[in-house]
Design a protein. Sequence first.
Length: 278
Amino acid sequence: MVEIKDTLGLWERSLIAWPDGREDRATFVAWLQGPTLFADLRQPADRPSFDGVSCLNHLDAQHFEWLTRQEGFAGIFVLSGDAFEWRRAIDFQCPSDAADAGYLSFADGVLIERGRDTPYIEHWHHTSPNLNPHFAIRMRDETGIDGFLVRVGEIFMYVRNRAVVLPHGGSLTDLVKTSSPDAARAMLDCEISLGRVRDGKWMIGRSSLPFRIGTDLAPEGYGDGSGLTIHDVSSAGEPFARRWTIADLDVGAQQQNIPGQGHDEGALSIFRSMTGSA
């Protein structure tokens, strides 16, 4: 039987298939699972050129349609009966009442997901060479926007919600099509970035906001360790440090038992070492 601890790390999808014979092998899908918190990014293969786009204000109609077809989310991964559920706290698309739940099993090293409420089959492949260090953070910025940061080994995913609220059960594509360019940009301003930590730099390799690719996320703790700054860019392209307050620090149980330290103090020490802010 699959347990949550068996899913730690980065998973990339090679297939989703439906009972009517439809299949998708082209969409890029990556799911990064922390101890319990997770992040996920899904991008269509036919990405247009983003040359010359360096900020939100540079996005225009030629980009909007592709951007609205992206998917992604972040939240907490739980066992729900004999199925697993990805409970979304942030969603790139409009929120819905449908649960994201499936039955998991392994077959020849492939993680097989079968939909609980909707019939489908997905094939997932583990692509994390290293699992340590690992942690995840749920956080909130000074304007009330929610965010997540998940790291496993050298892989990280960063998720920042948009400032506007999308309607429940709506269609992001339709909303953007019928909105002004400024309103469309605000609805698309939800960042889900995937990258690697190398030589102390947290470099973004993929993002729901493609102008963020090649950026160093540069996370750094501040104050008493209850806060975090992350390198960001304004709508007009001006760099700034976004300040976050840590609401939940999700650290694997085996990493919490540091001699001479309590649970919270030990987790905080681990977090500081992982972000280079010790």
